[in-house]
Design a binder for this molecule. Structure first.
Ligand SMILES: *[C@@H]1O[C@H](CO)[C@@H](O)[C@H](O)[C@H]1NC(C)=O
Ligand SMILES: *[C@@H]1O[C@H](CO)[C@@H](O)[C@H](O)[C@H]1NC(C)=O
Ligand SMILES: *[C@@H]1O[C@H](CO)[C@@H](O)[C@H](O)[C@H]1NC(C)=O
Ligand SMILES: *[C@@H]1O[C@H](CO)[C@@H](O)[C@H](O)[C@H]1NC(C)=O
Length: 384
């Protein structure tokens, strides 16, 4: 019985079990459906979000890329920026800052060397129209610096190459040591532009003798600086030496030469940083000593003779004697005269003779300008 009885129970049990399993299955399917549904809903909502986020991050990346393109690398740009010409540095501050030089000799960028044209004038620059024609079309290969009497208050037109090129200046007297201070001030201001490689000192009475390309190549390619230097016995040479300059400077080291120089960057750095010989000149080269004719020739003779051509690049006529060279007025300016100054031979880069000796000439008066403007651009082949 036991077994007989057991059977229906087992069957009913089984039945019960199977119906229970059936309900379980329904529940499971239902839950699965609900889960699937919610998963689907969640997924679609999330996907929208995801999509949105994707778009957002995409446009942010676009933004960064755009910014990188708009502002290219900084690199050395900030460091190489040339300071404002009209700064308020004292001479002491200026000379110190200008004396800085990189110890690594190779430039880590493509440097286009420039020629610094430094005009040391009393007032205005009457030859400016000729210089304008000379510089035209050569942007980026030159810089201009003008030192005038500080009382000079005229301003150049905005179109002029001289516009805004005046440096903070101080008074200068003919033959005084403050003339050399002005030259050092010009050099120091020009040295602040690392692109400047050659430095020419010019006056308001100077003119170019060749076109820009010729002068640029002549200077940039020159292996020597051009400071006139010679030993002259007699009152206007050795006679200007003072025994009080000893022991820094001895009589046999004393030299004379024209004030109008042309130097490379290396020598310009030495001139602005000389703290040994210049103070001797400031102290003992007074009255009839004329520091501007002796300081640089003597300094170069003492320390840099081998790097100097010992001649000036500026043509001048001393044939009439006296303390001042000849001045050229309007009638003196002819094509033949210009050709004569251009047609001299000198030693250049160790070669016996080059087909050009002087790059500049003085002294030309303001009334010579109109004839110069008529002849010079043709004779010198200025760029149109
Ligand atoms: C410029 O200087 C001159 C003389 O020193 C003076 O007469 C003139 O008024 C000054 N001009 C200006 C604009 O300051
Ligand atoms: C320097 O001289 C060389 C060889 O004569 C020439 O190729 C070069 O262009 C010159 N440089 C300049 C700046 O004129
Ligand atoms: C210039 O003079 C110095 C002496 O101070 C001499 O050593 C040098 O060779 C001279 N330069 C030339 C190009 O003659
Ligand atoms: C330059 O000078 C030489 C003589 O020194 C002469 O033969 C030549 O004709 C002159 N050239 C010009 C263009 O004047």
């Amino acid at each position: 019985m036991k077994t007989q009885n057991q059977l229906p129970i087992t069957i009913s049990n089984k039945l019960f079990h199977s119906s229970f399993q059936f309900i379980n299955l329904i529940c499971f399917i239902f839950l699965f459906f609900i889960f699937g549904l919610s998963f689907g809903v969640l997924l679609s909502v999330n996907f929208k979000n995801f999509n949105f986020n994707l778009q957002l991050t995409h446009s942010a990346a676009d933004n960064v890329a755009w910014q990188l393109q708009a502002t290219e690398r900084v690199g050395l740009r900030d460091f190489l920026k040339v300071p404002e010409l009209m700064h308020d540095m004292s001479d002491e501050e200026l000379l110190w800052r200008a004396s800085m030089a990189p110890k690594v000799s190779e430039f880590p960028y493509e440097r286009r060397p420039k020629v610094a044209f430094m005009f040391l004038t009393k007032w205005s620059l009457p030859m400016a129209p000729l210089w304008e024609k000379f510089f035209k079309g050569h942007d980026g290969l030159y810089s201009i610096y003008v030192h005038t009497n500080p009382a000079f208050n005229e301003t150049e037109s905005k179109e002029s190459v001289f516009y805004g090129r005046r440096i903070p200046s101080q008074e200068v007297a003919w033959g005084k040591a403050n003339m050399v201070e002005a030259e050092r001030r010009l050099l120091a201001n020009a040295l602040l532009d690392i692109s400047n490689e050659r430095f020419v000192l010019l006056s308001e009475a100077c003119i170019p003798l060749f076109n820009f390309q010729t002068i640029y190549s002549y200077l940039i390619n020159s292996t020597k600086s051009h400071i006139e230097m010679y030993d002259l016995p007699g009152p206007v040479g050795r006679g200007r030496y003072s025994a009080r300059m000893s022991p820094q400077i001895k009589l046999h080291q004393w030299r004379k030469g024209s004030q109008w120089f042309e130097v490379n960057r290396e020598l310009a750095l030495e001139i602005v940083s000389d703290g040994k010989y210049f103070p001797v000149f400031q102290q003992h080269c007074k009255n009839s000593c004329y520091a501007d004719e002796h300081y640089l020739p003597t300094l170069v003779n003492l320390k840099f003779g081998a790097k100097n051509a010992n001649r000036s690049l500026t043509w001048v006529d001393w044939s009439r004697g006296g303390p001042h060279p000849s001045k050229f007025l309007r009638p003196g300016v002819t094509v033949e005269f210009l050709e004569k100054m251009r047609n001299e031979t000198c030693e250049y880069n160790g070669r016996g003779s080059s087909n050009a000796c002087f790059m500049f000439a003085r002294k030309f008066t303001p009334n010579a300008l109109d004839r110069l403007l008529r002849f010079a651009p043709k004779v010198m082949h200025f760029k149109k």
